[in-house]
Design a binder for this molecule. Sequence first.
Ligand code: HEC
Ligand code: HEC
Length: 236
Amino acid sequence: MQFKILATSALVATMIAGCASQEKPDDMAAQKAPEPAPAKAAPAKPKLQMGATDSMLANTCAGCHGTNGNSHGPSAPTIAGLEADYLLETMQAYKSGNRSGTIMGRIVKGYTDGELEQIANFYSKQSFQGWTQAAVGPKAKQGQMLHEDFCEKCHEDGGTSIEDVPLAGQWMPYVEWTTADYLNGMNHPEKDMKKAMDKLAKAHPELSNATVAHSLSHFYGSRSADGYKRVPGRLK
Ligand code: HEC
Ligand code: HEC
């Protein structure tokens, strides 16, 4: 377990500000440490993951995503309470490159499919806590208009539904970057969402992708105080 945290944080500490790395970034030796030097009677590489429980595995994500998946800063999204299927598919999309990310692609490569499943189970059982954020009225208004025309169909109730991926209550910068990645064709979502993004771009040639993503994030952010809908029975 430990070597994953070491290797990961050494790799990304310079890339992600605000994530609580548990190890010193200058501990670069950690990257090489896990491979035991080939000795004569080389013992088998220790299987560090053997028998790891869901929560032990999930602990390796906590430095960035928060102990129970409610992250404490906008550099990593909250992953608590999202559907297990969604979590698993998203991690696999990072693995295959269907979803762009600064670091998740590298992180998920360190886990087997079975381990990712365990981790997805763990986080799906935690409860999502929407954050109250400083959304700006006029931007939120433009975002609301765009949302209603192009997103509400799937991200119901103004993006507050946990049945879908919650967008309200999620960190605004994350929602903004991710939406921009979809608009710019860097993420490869299911077909219908791609259609919605294309339709939006066609209907609003006057708005840049960056402006669209920015206003939408303010709309979702404006809903985080009161808009998040908890579905009884779904969350702990
Ligand atoms: C060093 C910080 C860091 C660590 C450790 C980390 N993540 Fe992430 N995670 C991120 C960032 C940043 C993103 C946004 C995508 C990107 O830039 O790679 C993200 C995105 C995600 C998403 C997408 C969320 C969504 O709403 O779609 C999931 C799921 C996720 N991480 C799960 C995990 C799991 C599970 C682990 C542990 C195995 C983990 N992450 C470890 C930083 C981290
Ligand atoms: C036809 C259904 C559909 C429509 C319409 C749709 N989405 Fe999505 N959205 C999805 C699905 C399904 C996912 C899950 C991930 C994927 O497929 O990439 C998703 C994921 C997302 C995510 C990633 C959330 C996260 O936590 O990482 C964002 C951001 C998002 N959608 C924004 C939007 C915006 C903004 C619009 C409107 C312009 C929109 N979506 C329209 C179905 C839709």
